[in-house]
Design a protein around this ligand. Structure first.
Ligand code: MLT
Length: 260
């Protein structure tokens, strides 16, 4: 089973982390959300943080099934699930495979489209390079300028250093497996439209990996399907909003959870 951190009591809220970090991404949100009366569960996705790598072929479906394994273990029938970027792709796999386990979803700095062929090919190249290097240090340097917004990079060196540490701590095998899983993921806008329950779409104004157009496409899909849908743009934050703008992200999640 996946390693996870559980905090608080009340309605369950599961938060899924981005690539290539672990559940520490949600460290600033765990306690304030728990204090507001929720049971907050933050799993490490397969191979990251304290979780073992899956033996199965790389797939976001495998990650989703493993998250359901945590819910089963905790006796949770339905949860609010929020995912940032790769965590969002896993949330969309949950929509396809286990929609009955979802009370509401938060899609944070993520996108509903599959990868175009060139992006998928690039993921396979990155996976091979990380395996060959046996290290994620080069990956950290390549990804940091994209993961973090211009404001964070200019003004918050401690956040840059923390994210660099998180990336270099992840095993190359996990990074390669996750890249191949994301390369194979299908488009999910139809699955978002089919959900019909509450959807929060949140993104950083300086996010270049999942820019505003991706957020708008998910909002349109959710509204088309009749989901009560909320869109929040977080100013002065890039792709990793949860660490770049922790208080606004926590507040946006709490405001939305209060409406459910
Ligand atoms: C992430 O933050 O999870 C990744 O940047 C997602 C991606 O590579 O599409």
């Amino acid at each position: 089973m996946l390693h996870f951190v559980e905090t608080g009591q009340g309605d369950p809220v599961v938060l899924l982390h981005a690539f290539p970090v672990d559940s520490a991404l949600w460290a600033a949100q765990r306690h304030p959300i728990a204090q507001a009366g929720f049971r907050v569960i933050t799993p490490d996705l397969p191979g990251f943080g304290g979780s073992r790598l899956a033996e199965a072929e790389p797939s976001v479906d495998v990650m989703a099934d493993e998250v359901v394994g945590v819910l089963d273990h905790l006796g949770i029938t339905r949860a609010v699930v929020g995912g940032l970027s790769m965590g969002g792709y896993v949330t969309m796999a949950l929509l396809r495979r286990h929609p009955d386990r979802l009370r509401a979803i938060a899609l944070v700095d993520t996108k509903g489209d599959a990868d175009p062929p060139a992006a998928a090919a690039n993921r396979h190249a990155v996976a091979a390079a990380v395996e060959a290097a046996g290290s994620t240090s080069d990956l950290a340097e390549t990804m940091l300028p994209n993961l973090l917004g211009a404001t964070t990079r200019a003004e918050r060196p401690e956040v840059v250093a923390a994210v660099r540490r998180w990336i270099t701590a992840q095993p190359p095998a996990a990074v390669a497996w996750a890249q191949r899983a994301m390369a194979a993921r299908p488009g999910s806008l139809e699955d978002i439209a089919a959900f019909g329950r509450p959807v929060l779409v949140l993104h950083g104004a300086e996010d270049t990996i999942s820019p505003a157009a991706d957020a708008r496409a998910m909002v349109e899909a959710a509204r088309l399907g009749g989901s009560p849908t909320r869109l929040v743009e977080v100013p002065a934050a890039g792709h990793l909003t949860a660490v770049e703008a922790p208080e606004p992200v926590t507040q946006a999640l709490l405001d939305w959870l209060g409406t459910l």
